[in-house]
Design a protein around this ligand. Structure first.
Ligand code: PLP
Length: 391
């Protein structure tokens, strides 16, 4: 059979770092080992039943069997605007300041193509969510990383950025609550970001994927809550985590009108819009009962406490995440993140994600997902205690 080589653009895409680890985990499982998978980021709870019910009813409506309108239904944009007003006190114009997305990832990958020309500079957090790199590669842009250091609460220190980089940068990605570090942002930090973006004409894209998950009574703040944010950027919100709807592929971008209209334009060329029944169910999620969101947050907090308290009791000096469903743990001295992840897999049958997979500044850490029961997390702690690494 003839082989048709992929384009240069496709071959320039970043390699999937976690593929070899996932393969290795598969080998252990097929050999019958009981692997505790704390390495991935897939929510383990079902979508709340009132949302599922809405999808079922809406799927039976012939109106939803047709093409949905380009750019999505207005009722979903209105629901997104009402959600922002109710949750964050932020006023959004549903007609100009909301773009419906096939999940957050779609928007994050599209935005560099919307705003950048080949060779343009984009600022990306390190460590960070690897899908940012995909969008950068597809736009043929140049990525400059912003280190997130523990001593700075995993917020970038803008003083570290070169003047020349700042004058070239057109776009910046931020993400709080943060994957992978579990850090949250402060009002002051967003203020500083808005000032920097405004001084240097940088568009800020705040990825608010874990916006609903904040611990110790602290509700994570939206970038748009801070004065001037809409002038300089947008926020990407996904229903994947807040409502356990990762498989449904629905999210939205809110904020700066010019950026929203560029996303809509690109999407007009790529798609029509989401299945109408998914849009109805998404509106129900945003506007329906919210106890499920509070209960989910409490569940993750209990899991975090089991894990963090358990690891501390072994003598492992770990920091508790303030939000997201990840814990970011310093590996023992003398081991790389990959070496330590393999030790945990081989000797304790626990999968964690090595920090180096999230960027150079992820070295020295592993990421642990809180996506399994308290019992399984307690068992993971017990298995680690048997390795006698920390005593
Ligand atoms: N942003 C971050 C930081 C994530 O961790 C994820 C998913 O894991 C996403 C965005 C994308 O989520 P989705 O495409 O399901 O909306």
């Amino acid at each position: 059979m003839k082989q048709f080589p992929p384009s240069e653009l496709l071959t320039s895409l970043p390699k999937q770092f976690f593929a070899s680890l996932v393969k290795k985990v598969g080998e252990y499982i097929s050999q019958g080992f009981d692997v505790i998978n704390l390495g991935q980021g897939n929510p383990d709870q079902p979508t709340p039943s009132h949302i599922v019910k809405k999808l079922q009813d809406a799927a039976a409506n012939p109106l939803n069997h047709k093409y949905s309108p380009f750019q999505g239904y207005r009722y979903l944009k209105q629901a997104a605007a009402d959600f922002y007003l109710r949750e964050y006190g932020v006023t959004i114009d549903p007609d100009k300041e909301v773009a419906i997305l096939f999940g957050g990832k779609a928007g994050l990958v599209e935005i560099p193509q919307c705003l950048l020309n080949p060779g343009d500079t984009i600022l990306v957090p390190d460590p960070g969510y690897p899908d940012y790199w995909s969008g950068v590669a597809l736009a043929q842009a140049e990525m400059v990383t912003m280190p997130l250091r523990e001593e700075n609460n995993f917020l970038p220190d803008y003083c570290e950025l070169d003047k020349s980089v700042l004058s070239q940068a057109k776009l910046m990605f931020l993400n709080y609550p943060n994957n992978p570090t579990g850090a949250t942002a402060t009002h002051e930090f967003f203020d500083e970001t808005i000032k920097l973006a405004s001084d240097h004409d940088i568009c800020v894209v705040h990825d608010f994927a874990y916006g609903a998950i904040g611990f110790d009574g602290e509700k994570p703040i939206s970038f748009l809550q801070v004065e001037g944010a809409k002038e300089v950027g947008i926020e990407i919100y996904t229903l994947s985590k807040t409502f356990n709807m990762a498989g449904w592929r629905v999210g939205f971008a809110v904020g700066n009108e010019s950026v929203i209209s560029s996303i809509e334009l690109l999407q007009d060329h790529l798609y029509v819009s989401l299945f109408g029944a998914v849009q109805e169910a998404a509106a129900e999620a945003l506007m329906g009962p919210q106890d499920c969101v509070r209960e989910l947050n409490d569940l993750y907090e209990r899991r975090r406490n089991v894990l963090i308290d358990g690891l501390r009791s072994l003598g492992w000096n770990v920091t508790a995440p303030k939000g997201s469903f990840f814990a970011w743990l310093k590996v023992p001295e003398g081991k790389t993140s990959e070496e330590f992840a393999y030790i945990l897999l081989e000797q304790a049958h626990i999968m964690v994600a090595p920090g180096i997979g999230f960027g150079e500044f992820g070295e020295g850490y592993v990421r642990v997902g809180l996506l399994t029961s308290e019992q399984r997390l307690a068992e993971a702690v017990e298995r680690i205690s048997r390795l006698e690494i920390f005593c």
